[in-house]
Design a protein around this ligand. Structure first.
Ligand code: NAD
Length: 370
């Protein structure tokens, strides 16, 4: 039996509630289908601060680096609003991203047919939507130096952030986008601001060169990032894979995500570079939502974002494509049958809680896999 090492970091608020539903799936996959997942659990976020005075302990960080994949719930909440900045709950997630060198953030925006009517856009614009935003996650203006506020001494201050990209960073993120496009509709749209930013000029050049050198079978388009934002809400189905930098990706992926409805539905993956020897990548999978303190402990959180993140883990870390497809089909099917958590509830549907939604998905997944 293959051994697949998973570290679970449920975190705070609704994180543990959503993770509990993934644990049911893992148990079924191990018991009934011999999947061979070995799971360990650790603390990240506010719960880690309470236990160790750190947003993630050295021991849990080491476990994350040794795992084949990390499943992350959500962190934060008002209880930790006044803890020192360096040990705030989010610092745990940022440290994981940095030390695992997770430079590629993948955010799919899929519109499940059963939820098409609940989007803020017209049904025909988003029905059947399936796009993937690939965002560079470890470079650009969020990390570039100098990054400071200086006192100009005349009653004025100056805030400085620096947008920096090196060739290798653009090559590796566009490589991820082209590889993924080959498994989808074979189309990449690269977005930057080459009309006003030097980093945009280089981005455009390097993506074009990478395409020419290794991926000329994939269709490549370039678009200015502001026009891309507009096109995303005008006719999002024109896109397959969008590749963009850290700053534009932050905004464009939020826009794309919200085309499809509730934040409780949105998964994400963050991937590192493939290991030269084994080809496997470090990876962390997490829902896009936060710890939702307003509903934590009430048993009403939507576990689908967490479960869909596990589907991405099956697909990208373990190459379990059939299982990932079936888990995504199980989500669509349970929604088709009219089951809804409170956040996606609509007239004529059946409202159920977190545990029941998890049970329905496990049951459907088993029936599709049997
Ligand atoms: P949030 O995503 O936690 O919640 C926003 C709204 O969406 C809330 O009304 C919440 O009830 C609802 N919601 C979120 N997930 C849901 C789900 N699965 N099912 C049903 N409803 C859901 O964002 P926020 O309120 O801005 O932040 C709350 C805390 O989470 C803060 O401490 C913030 O820093 C933290 N946060 C953490 C992450 C992370 O761990 N990656 C991401 C964003 C926010």
């Amino acid at each position: 039996m293959a051994s697949r090492k998973l570290l679970l970091l449920p975190g705070d608020g609704i994180g543990p509630e959503a993770m509990a539903e993934v644990k049911k799936l893992i148990a079924v996959m191990n018991d009934k289908f011999g999947a061979g997942f070995e799971t360990e659990e650790g603390l990240a976020g506010g719960c880690a601060y309470d236990a160790h005075g750190q947003a993630i302990s050295e021991a849990d960080m080491a476990k994350a680096l040794a795992a084949d994949a990390v499943l992350f719930g959500a962190v934060g909440g008002p209880k930790w609003d006044s803890v020192p900045y360096e040990v705030r709950p989010e610092a745990g997630l940022l440290r994981l991203r940095k030390e695992m060198q997770l430079f590629a953030n993948l955010r799919p925006a899929i519109c499940y047919p059963a939820l098409a009517a609940s989007s803020s856009l017209k049904q025909d614009v988003i029905e059947g939507l399936d796009i993937l935003i690939v965002r560079e996650l470890t470079g650009g203006v969020y990390f570039g130096e100098p990054k400071e506020i200086i006192d100009l001494g005349n009653g004025q201050k100056r805030g400085i952030d620096t947008q920096i990209y090196d060739t290798f960073e653009i090559e590796r993120i566009s490589g991820v986008a082209f590889e993924l496009a080959r498994t989808r509709k074979n189309h990449v749209t690269s977005m930057e601001k080459r009309n006003v930013m030097k980093s945009g000029v280089l981005w455009n050049e390097v993506v074009t060169q990478t395409h020419k050198a290794k991926y000329s079978d994939v269709k490549l388009d370039h678009m200015l990032a502001d026009a891309g934002g507009m096109q995303l809400v005008r006719w999002p189905k024109q896109f397959d894979v969008i590749v963009t930098d850290n700053l534009f990706g932050d905004m464009l992926s939020d826009i794309a995500a919200m085309l499809t409805g509730s934040i409780g539905m949105l998964p994400s993956a963050s991937l590192g570079a493939p290991d030269a020897r084994t080809g496997s990548r470090k990876a962390l999978y997490e829902p896009v939502h936060g710890s939702a303190p307003d509903i934590a402990g009430k048993g009403i959180a939507n576990p689908i974002a967490m479960i869909a993140s596990f589907a991405m883990c099956l697909r990208y870390s373990f190459n379990m494509v059939a299982e990932a497809d079936r888990l995504e089909a199980a989500i669509a099917s349970v929604l088709d049958e009219g089951y809804r958590t409170k956040d996606i509830m609509s007239e004529g549907c059946i409202e159920i809680g977190t545990t029941m939604m998890g049970d329905k998905l496990v049951e459907k997944f088993q029936s599709l896999l049997a």
